[in-house]
Write a protein that binds this ligand. Structure first.
Ligand SMILES: Cc1cc2nc3c(=O)[nH]c(=O)nc-3n(C[C@H](O)[C@H](O)[C@H](O)COP(=O)(O)O)c2cc1C
Length: 428
């Protein structure tokens, strides 16, 4: 009866799982003394001193992807950023949580990330998940226009009082530690003051993305590891995670050496190659095999991963092989079920294996600072082309021109109506 009920009503099923989960963790509390661990004690005893960390990624660091990356060496995962107000909204909150948030027993250690600019929303959202994760992270790095409009992410960089309130309240009220992920300022000493303020407010771990707020889209450029090192040196008692510029496995150790950070976080690098953290490889995995493994995990988790999330992963994973098989691209784009996606990946596998058989694949060595030339069936990073024109500027210009044209059309219509009116009025 219960199984029929829960099959028919996924929300009921979810609530049931969530209740069981909470009671499981309540009885398996991480530290027996009931003391909230801080700084390095938290990093070592609760998180297990992770060096390889999967970044928070909206619509991309979902449960199935986290489970896949954990199989390939990731030691700590972040959830995607959740919007604290939407997460707790009395109207749409339940639907939002159902679509965005899920975890499982295998999904630890785990940090849940929120964006927020209101202490009550932040605390309420964090309280809802504190028994299902190891820490709560405050997103202070999102540079998108939507974050500017909503006043969150990197746009809180200008509001230190608010950051202090959010973090200190969470530090006081939550049963688990609070952490933060920041972007740097151009000015090193301002970045250090900023990081110190965040730690003083109560954050127990800091992720430093070595790019400024302005470095986004086609202006992304390189992360500055020297600023991360400066923060590391200025805050020796807090675990620091470095983020930015990880394209290949070898970059991880280079980053640890250059920054002195405790761990390295990867977002895009891990999206293009989920095995980026795995040491004992001399070749990245076969992209279609990883894609099939990921699809299997997607089928096994509850609730099933949303099609648009899965599609986005597949396009990234398979980008090099799809370049040679352009006719499969629209087919994949049109898929809305996991089975359909699996069929496309299997077709790609057949084609790529045929090609593989006809060539001898040599391990790619060469200068570690160079872009590697892997065969298209291998997981590999994608590079943004350098643009000769500023596309954002161009888009804004086009938008402005369209708005002006619409205004002109409206004006012309009004004038036409006015002329007609005055003609009618002038009639005897
Ligand atoms: C698809 C995508 C989604 C992202 N979403 C988030 C997010 O939810 N929260 C966050 O703090 N950063 C987010 N980021 C930024 C990454 O966590 C990371 O800071 C940034 O991509 C730099 O790391 P990388 O050079 O390894 O890509 C996202 C990045 C990508 C590519």
């Amino acid at each position: 009866m219960l199984s029929i009920l829960t099959k028919k009503y996924p929300l009921v099923r979810r609530r049931l799982i969530s209740t069981l989960w909470r009671s499981y963790h309540a009885t398996n509390s991480i530290n027996d003394s009931n003391r909230k661990l801080k700084g390095y004690e938290f990093y070592e005893k609760v998180l297990g001193s992770p060096k390889y960390i999967l970044a928070p990624m909206v619509e991309q660091s979902e449960l199935a992807w986290r489970l896949l990356c954990r199989r390939y060496g990731v030691q700590l995962c972040y959830t995607p950023m959740f919007h604290a107000r939407l997460f707790t909204d009395p109207g749409c909150g339940e639907k939002y949580r159902f679509e965005q948030w899920s975890t499982s027993l295998m999904d630890r250690p785990l940090i849940v990330q929120f964006c927020a600019n209101d202490v009550d929303h932040f605390l309420k959202a964090a309280k809802m998940v504190e028994n299902q994760c190891d820490a709560i992270d405050l997103n202070l790095g999102c540079p998108q226009a939507i974050a500017k409009k909503g006043h969150y992410g990197s746009y809180l960089q200008d509001d230190w009082d608010l950051i202090n309130k959010l973090i200190s309240t969470a530090d006081k009220e939550l049963n688990i530690p609070i952490t933060a992920k920041i972007r740097v300022f151009k000015d090193v000493s301002k970045t250090i003051d900023y990081a110190k303020m965040i730690i003083k407010s109560g954050a127990q771990l800091l992720t430093v993305h070595g790019r400024c707020r302005e470095q986004k889209g086609h202006h992304t450029g390189l992360a500055d590891w020297s600023i991360i090192k400066a923060v590391r040196d200025a805050i020796p008692d807090t675990p620091i995670i470095a983020n930015g510029n990880i394209l290949y496995h070898e970059d991880i150790q280079r980053c640890l050496d250059a920054t002195g950070a405790d761990g390295v976080m990867s977002a895009e690098g891990a999206l293009f190659n989920p095995a980026i953290f795995q040491k004992e490889r001399n070749m990245p995995p076969l992209a279609y095999e990883i894609a099939l493994e990921y699809l299997n995990i997607c089928k096994s988790v509850q609730p099933t991963t949303r099609a648009e999330v899965v599609r986005a992963h597949l396009f990234r994973l398979l980008h090099a092989s799809l370049k040679q098989n352009e006719n499969l691209r629209p087919l994949l784009d049109g898929c809305n079920s996991l089975d359909m996606m699996e069929q496309i990946v299997c077709e790609l596998k057949i084609r790529m294996e045929r090609e593989r058989l006809q060539c001898t694949e040599l391990p790619v060595k060469g200068d570690i600072h160079q872009i590697r030339d892997y065969a298209p069936w291998r997981c590999q990073p994608r590079f943004r082309p350098k643009l000769s024109v500023d596309h954002e500027e161009l888009r804004n210009k086009e938008r402005r021109q369209k708005a002006l044209a619409a205004l002109a059309a409206l004006k012309a219509e009004r004038e036409h109506l006015d002329v007609n009116k005055s003609r009618q009025a002038a009639r005897p």
